[in-house]
Design a protein around this ligand. Structure first.
Ligand SMILES: [Zn+2]
Length: 197
């Protein structure tokens, strides 16, 4: 334990996700010995992210204006919406270069154990977008885990009666893996997605 400012910094750093006490201490002493200009840039970046970044009013991706870059892009189609859990999923899908539609960021997944139900996610906002009538297909790209599956199932039940095509990203069994070692979700999906050979 140190005194004053250095301990305050260690405490704050230690509250960040993925930063344990040892890392917090290492970063704090790095900051202490770093060039003041570098530290000012870091402090500025921290302040700027809170001042400038907000959520897109259409899709709830991170944005620096009313709408995010993707929602402002006139070359993308309004007919397909891809539903994801977090803004980082948007980045991951954008990196594939395969998708030219719009997104909807839920802000998480249904997780009864942590008290997260449909009302805690941006599902009402999604339904409002879908009722506009322009949307042809909804792609469910929630995570391939229990919570993501539960969320996708819930959304499919809500959306299918609206006459909108609902699709789920295919996820195959790991190449070279044994069936018995695949988790049940992956295996179940592989069965559903089976095709004639
Ligand atoms: Zn947006």
């Amino acid at each position: 334990m140190y005194e004053g400012a250095i301990q305050d910094l260690i405490d704050e750093l230690g509250r960040l996700p993925g930063v344990g006490p040892k890392s917090a201490q290492r970063i704090a002493f790095h900051v202490l010995s770093a060039d003041p200009a570098d530290v000012n840039r870091l402090a500025g970046a921290l302040r700027k992210v809170k001042d400038l970044v907000r959520f897109c009013t259409s899709c709830y991706n991170v944005a620096e204006s009313e709408q995010c870059r993707i929602c402002r892009d006139p070359r993308r189609t309004d007919e397909v919406i891809c539903v994801v859990e977090e803004p980082k999923d948007v980045v991951a899908i954008e990196r594939t270069g395969e998708f030219r539609g719009r997104y909807h960021v839920l802000g998480g997944a249904i997780n009864p154990l942590e008290g997260i139900g449909p009302d805690n996610l941006r599902i009402r906002e999604l339904m409002a977008r879908l009722s506009g009538g322009a949307i042809r297909e909804l792609i469910l790209a929630t995570d391939p885990n229990t919570e993501g599956e539960a969320t996708a199932t819930y959304l499919a039940l809500m959306v299918k009666p609206m006459g909108i095509a609902v699709t789920r990203l295919a996820s195959g069994l790991p190449v070279g893996g044994d069936l018995e070692y695949a988790d049940e979700i992956t295996l179940g999906r592989a069965f559903e997605g089976r095709r004639a050979v």
